[in-house]
Design a protein. Structure first.
Length: 244
């Protein structure tokens, strides 16, 4: 069953990791997907592999002009936008005393400001469809404490989601946040980090880390018409970690 047949979807940070996983699953369900990323080489190669219903656009998510170009190119190529997945983000594991103002502003620009810019930019196009869905990828650190900067930005994504959901409901646009726990991406499942992650997994109620596809399944639900009465809510994918 094609749950996203002909829906036009933009996914940021889609050249690899969870963004790539989201793109693959959305395409499998009939969507037309625009992959954006700062990494042009990987992004273009992935779009070429995925076929005619995938388009790559190089994109700095902190740049307002870039956002306008993404919207314009998407509409020109596929038509009005049904879904935006604000997936791009970075992590930072410094202590507060080690974090410079430049460090702090950089993580807020990428993790928080980009979400504001994306939501603002996509609304005029989504108004044409009257059934838009904005999916903001936060983290369990948007629910509980973690590293300074990263936690702050992910809590902000959660709050912006609620504010936008109320404001955009009149246009038929839903806005929700997804809160992944520990995900088995290539970045963490290698070397010493892999050993630490596998040890930590023992403390998760389900006794394992998630695969990227498990987060993508939640994105699919929120992008589809299966979630038409869900807005302003948090959807947690953490194996029970924050329930403890």
């Amino acid at each position: 069953m094609s749950r996203l047949q002909d829906k036009v979807i933009i996914i940021t940070g889609a050249a690899q990791g969870m963004g790539e996983s989201h793109a693959r699953l959305c395409l499998q369900h009939g969507a037309k997907v625009v992959l954006t990323d700062i990494n042009a080489e990987k992004g273009a190669a992935l779009a070429a592999e995925l076929g005619d219903n995938a388009l790559f656009i190089k994109h700095d998510v902190t740049n307002e002009q870039d956002w306008q170009q993404v919207i314009e190119q998407t509409e020109a190529h596929f038509g009005p936008i049904n879904v935006l997945v604000n997936n791009a983000g970075i992590t930072m594991a410094k202590s507060m005393l080690e974090t410079s103002l430049e460090d702090y502003r950089r993580i807020l620009e990428i993790n928080q400001v980009s979400v504001f810019l994306g939501m603002k930019a996509v609304v005029p196009s989504m108004k044409k469809t009257e059934n838009g869905s904005i999916i903001n990828i936060s983290s369990i650190n948007g629910l509980v404490g973690g590293a300074i900067g990263y936690t702050d930005s992910k809590f902000a994504v959660r709050g912006m989601t609620k504010a936008a959901a109320i404001e955009l409901a009149n246009y038929g646009i839903r806005v929700n946040s997804v809160h992944p726990g520990v995900i088995a991406t290539p970045m963490i499942m290698q070397g010493d980090t892999k050993d630490a992650v596998e040890q930590f997994a023992k403390s998760i109620p389900l006794k394992r880390v998630a695969q990227p596809e498990e987060v993508s399944g939640m994105v699919l639900f929120l992008a589809s018409d299966d979630s038409t009465y869900s807005t302003g809510s948090e959807f947690v994918v953490d194996g029970g970690l924050t329930a403890q």
